[in-house]
Write a protein of this length. Structure first.
Length: 180
């Protein structure tokens, strides 16, 4: 399948930028058609504009705009809203998310902090299909990150983020092979 990707993000945008790089360097065979952002002043919007990728806001028209642009896959990349069941129903099996834990461990906010608080020895990141429950759809890919003695939420998050940047493009490429 030729991937036409819409990315949805809310903030810093490092995963979005990693996907753009992967697409530009041929590690991900995808056209990134648009960024959907629910925070007009988020850094991710400037990143998108610097690559001439159209930015659209998140509202009731979003699903229609994604369809009109011919996108066949949606990647949530730090999109900090829960997408409605109605939105999910419109793109069955076509919305992916990246989450900074080894799901099903530590759903929701502050997943890295949760891993530390539970005295885990491993953490990591997961790419999964989005369904109508938070962080609970079918897992497509995971990567383990060792937790080191003395790790803080910041140090662990930074190591996980590095892996997220590699994993998301790989997972999208892999998953697209199963779609027609
Ligand atoms: C990433 O760590 C991503 O996994 C996380 O937000 C961060 C966004 O960073 N997403 C979630 O926690 C979703 N439940 P970024 O804006 O630099 O890509």
């Amino acid at each position: 399948m030729n991937i036409k990707l819409a990315v949805m993000a809310s903030g810093r945008g490092s995963n979005f930028e990693a996907l753009v790089h992967a697409a530009r360097t041929g590690r991900l065979h995808a056209a990134i058609c648009m960024l959907v952002c629910d925070q007009p002043n988020a850094p991710v919007c400037s990143i998108a504009r610097s690559y001439d990728i159209p930015v659209i806001s998140f509202d009731e028209q979003t699903a229609g705009k994604i369809r009109a642009a011919g996108c066949n896959l949606i990647a949530l990349a730090g999109f900090m809203r829960i997408v409605s069941p109605e939105f999910v129903r419109q793109f069955p099996g076509r919305i992916l998310n990246i989450h900074p834990s080894l799901l099903p461990r530590f759903r929701g906010l502050h997943a890295q902090r949760q891993a530390l608080e539970h005295h885990e020895t491993i953490a990591g990141c997961t790419v999964h299909v989005v369904n109508s429950e938070v962080d609970s759809g079918t897992v497509i890919a995971q990567r383990v990150v060792f937790i080191k003695p003395g790790d803080t939420e910041e140090s662990l998050s930074a190591r996980i983020l590095k892996e997220e940047h590699k994993l998301y493009a790989e997972a999208i490429q892999h998953y697209s092979g199963w779609l027609s």
